[in-house]
Design a protein around this ligand. Sequence first.
Ligand SMILES: *[C@@H]1O[C@H](CO)[C@@H](O)[C@H](O)[C@H]1NC(C)=O
Ligand SMILES: *[C@@H]1O[C@H](CO)[C@@H](O)[C@H](O)[C@H]1NC(C)=O
Ligand SMILES: *[C@@H]1O[C@H](CO)[C@@H](O)[C@H](O)[C@H]1NC(C)=O
Length: 301
Amino acid sequence: MKSALIVFSLTLICLVSFVQCYCGGKKYDPLAKFLKVQNLQQSENYLINEDLEKQYSTVYIGPQEGLKEADKILALPGQPKGLNFYQYSGYVTVDPKVGRALFYYFAESENSSSKPLVLWLNGGPGCSSLGAGALAELGPFRVNRDGKTLWHNERAWNKILGYDPCWNDNVFSYLNNPEVQKSLHANVTGIPGPWDICNPNTVLPTIKRLMASGISIWIYSGDTDAIIPITTTMFDIKKLRVSVTTPWYPWYTQDEVGGYVVGYENLTFVTIRGAGHMVPSTQPARALALFSSFLDGKLPP
Ligand SMILES: *[C@@H]1O[C@H](CO)[C@@H](O)[C@H](O)[C@H]1NC(C)=O
Ligand SMILES: *[C@@H]1O[C@H](CO)[C@@H](O)[C@H](O)[C@H]1NC(C)=O
Ligand SMILES: *[C@@H]1O[C@H](CO)[C@@H](O)[C@H](O)[C@H]1NC(C)=O
């Protein structure tokens, strides 16, 4: 594959929750509408509706023909001239029965001969990987102060410090422009707006469901993180109402305290000493030790 960089937007998680919120009782069915629009966009016939019931599976894989061309972005409103890469965006149906689709934005590498494919998901909870990740952190464009035009981010996909404090407003204006949404093949079903940078819905119910499924879940937090301090995370964990199975203890790496850990039923919370929000950047050795324990299925030593 001519590879590059990919962004899956959690905006889609927004879509997911909109679908769930608005389906109930209001007969609001954006997915059906979306599939209809997508059908019309495609040149080949695509008999999804008839076979929907039969084809349903947890991970839905429908016909792919024509989707790439349909998803190609002709031009984003206000984008700089002379781009030497293609961009794509649109919806990927995840679960037609429950009404879930993921929005993605994909920018090919400017120099794509042998570049790896990167999938980027922003956290939040529920912050947009498109609005926050791609357009404010590491994607090929940033939004100008006018909220209408874009500039080329020379340091795309690199770490960038000192954000323009107005980026949020600029991105908000830009992504709420109907022309921009159209060029991105987004909001084809008229999802109630406005689009926002973060989805205020909590992910705690999702975490709870995942915990019950028996998979290993760890939450970690740098103890000098000024964006989401440990106290905030603990406040959230408390809401899960799980009992402690292993009381707090200090864990060690390289003969030093790496942080502290507490075990709950089906959940582990680990702190990393001296780490900020981006733990692997600020404490790489401790982050690696933590990750190795996670992969080994053991609490940190
Ligand atoms: C493309 O990548 C190759 C290998 O990394 C490099 O030598 C070349 O200068 C790059 N070209 C451009 C236009 O960035
Ligand atoms: C979707 O499009 C409609 C019609 O343009 C608009 O009113 C609404 O705000 C948009 N929704 C989002 C989430 O941007
Ligand atoms: C923990 O996982 C077990 C096994 O999957 C499950 O039976 C139990 O309900 C889970 N407990 C919580 C609090 O999620």
